[in-house]
Ligand binder design. Structure first.
Ligand code: KG4
Ligand code: ZN
Length: 337
């Protein structure tokens, strides 16, 4: 079976064609970074308009790359939520309409399920059950995954998401949007322990996260110190270390609590090299294993939507004809497969 995947929940238009026997046949990505850079963050209306411009040309490019056409498809998957409502509406209306026109089923995909299943596109895939740490720009969640669609949320952020905290702190350090990867790069030049930030919510039991206090601590430190490059790098280092330590402590806790030894990290922040290194070290010590997508599939992309859509297409979980988006959509409300 073959499916077209459409991702348009935020500032990336991602299109992919996935075949359940041959694997990924095409993957096209257009990032709106330049559109939003002047504003220091995503402007929802500009995002929607750019998705309108880019989606159909990218679908054509994906067909050309895969060497197939609409007649070879068995379904279309689109991101229905969570995300920016206007941006979601573009992918939803294009995906739903093409499926109607081509007389094939459509599948409404949950963006975070896409992230969660992205490691399944790699060679070495995790068996169920596993623990998933989902760290993106909009969400931070610890999930116990018993199977596809069987998600128990063990903890989540009570305020900013990890990626959001990275982006906001990067902005305070004078870095351009999107700041997360830029802050990570700056941190490489930083001196360890010149500044030390708190590890929020690690002294209390539980698996929830909070990152807004960390951003405030960074903001105060930035204000009270010189703004030379070395100081900025040292602050970036302290911030990144605090976020990663916090995530690592919570992962260890979740694994211990559930007795599971397989960990998946996914979402934009899972591209962070230091986070990967630390979690690899922890899992080695536990004789467990950590799984993550290749870097380009950590951040938003169409391949993860096509993969997640395929799983639901195979069992007949089709979208209805209405073009419904779900800007808020709890992951534990999904149907099991
Ligand atoms: O998953 P994603 O592409 O979009 C959402 O679903 O939100 O995640 C984007 C987030 C941004 O906040 C970005 O700064 C962050 O992931 N990010 C990183 C890195 N690469 C992307 N944060 C820290 N280190 C990185 N290397
Ligand atoms: Zn995402």
């Amino acid at each position: 079976m073959r499916i077209l995947g459409i991702e348009s929940s935020c500032d990336e238009t991602g299109i992919a064609i996935y075949d359940d026997e041959k694997g990924l046949l095409a993957h096209q990505l257009y990032s709106q970074v330049k559109v939003h850079a002047d504003y220091g963050g995503v402007v929802p209306e500009l995002a929607s308009r750019d998705h309108v411009r880019k989606t159909l040309p990218l679908i054509d490019a994906a067909f050309a790359q895969a060497g197939c056409g609409p007649e070879d498809l068995d379904g279309i998957a689109y991101t229905a939520g969570p995300g920016l409502v206007g941006a979601l509406l573009v992918g939803t209306s294009i995906g739903r309409s093409l499926a109607y026109g081509w007389d094939i089923p459509a599948v409404a995909v949950h963006h975070m399920e896409g992230h969660l299943l992205a490691p399944m596109l790699e060679e070495n895939t995790p068996e169920f059950p596993f623990i998933a740490l989902l760290v993106s720009g909009g969400h931070t969640m610890m999930v116990k995954v018993a199977g596809i669609g069987q998600y128990e949320v063990l903890g989540e952020s009570v305020d900013d998401a990890a990626g959001e905290a990275f982006d906001k702190t990067a902005k305070l350090l004078g870095l351009d949007y999107p700041g997360g990867p830029r802050l990570a790069k700056m941190a490489e030049q930083g001196v360890a322990k010149r500044f030390v930030f708190p590890r929020p919510m690690t002294d209390k039991p539980g698996l929830d996260f909070s990152f807004s206090g960390l951003k405030t601590a960074a903001s105060i430190t930035i204000r009270e110190n010189d703004d030379d490059d070395q100081t900025k790098a040292d602050i970036a280092h302290a911030f990144q270390t605090a976020v990663i330590d916090t995530l690592v402590i919570k992962c260890k806790r979740a694994l211990k609590q559930t007795g599971i030894k397989r960990l998946v990290i996914a979402g934009g922040v899972s591209a962070n090299t230091q986070l990967r290194l630390q979690l690899e070290r922890v899992m080695k010590g536990m004789k467990g294993e950590v799984f993550y997508p290749r870097t380009e599939f950590c951040t938003d992309n169409g391949a993860m939507i096509a993969y997640a859509g395929m799983q639901r297409l195979k069992v007949g979980q089709f979208a209805t004809l209405d073009m419904k988006t779900k800007p808020r959509w709890p992951i534990d409300s999904l149907e099991p497969i």
